[in-house]
Design a protein around this ligand. Sequence first.
Ligand SMILES: C[S@@+](CC[C@H](N)C(=O)[O-])C[C@H]1O[C@@H](n2cnc3c(N)ncnc32)[C@H](O)[C@@H]1O
Length: 278
Amino acid sequence: MREKEFEFIRTLVYEHSRINLGPDKRELVAARLGKRLRARQLTTVQDYCTLLQQDRDDEELAHLIDAISTNHTFFFRENAHFDFVRTQIVPEMLARRTQDRAPAFNAWSAACSSGEEPYSLAITLHEALPESGLWPWKIEATDISHRILAKARAGIYRSDVVEKLPPAMLKTYFQRGVGPQEGNYRIRPAIAARVSYQHLNLLDGEPPFTAPFHVIFCRNVMIYFDRPTQEELVNKLTRRLLPGGYLLVGHSESLTGIRHRLQMVRPAIYRLPPGVTP
Ligand SMILES: C[S@@+](CC[C@H](N)C(=O)[O-])C[C@H]1O[C@@H](n2cnc3c(N)ncnc32)[C@H](O)[C@@H]1O
């Protein structure tokens, strides 16, 4: 791919997703564009750039962002976060729910990829808040990629993706596929129903939620953004937290060097102090 073409793709991707593709990503971008070129039956990256320039309804742009973004995820990734939800966040929020006037426990998986993160959280909350009448809970899950959201909504995973889970958990929360679904597992409908998926570019306008969140997972997405974008995003997420609510980021994503109003509770766990309005 020529420098001019890389610059064009890089700028377009940045403008639409804020994913910051450094010069070291040229090879990676070229490899990922191969799929789009084949899909559009084009032979050169130059032809693909021309197509993007003529792409009035942004349809190909959505495919480009899909092809570029990294969706790597897995069940109970950075498991300490799920332990923290179960042992700290839920008991603390349960004790404060009357004072908070919070009719439900609200969680948001802000870059949910193919669903492993929100479903891990749903399993955690199901076990931490078991009695159905005790306190309702729900999870909002968003991602910029339409393709990956379709996979998350389907909730179907290959056996090698789920077989590392404890057998009792696999049995309780997944259905084993039969016939054409042999070798796959599907998250059980009662757990899947707790998660609402919607498409959202985190950097585009305000998120469409009204109720404040007790916890927001925004993990392993900020690494793709530059510092000003990370700062904008952290402050946008902070405005969606309930006072005393938690923001969980990926373990390699520190908020050092970012201006924000959160307290660090431990690495990758931040909290909006109680009494502070978001
Ligand atoms: C590496 S995955 C992380 C998934 C999960 N949070 C985890 O930690 O396992 C990053 C996700 O961020 C999404 N993403 C990238 N830019 C985004 C943006 N501007 N708005 C919303 N989602 C975005 C990608 O589509 C991808 O699914």
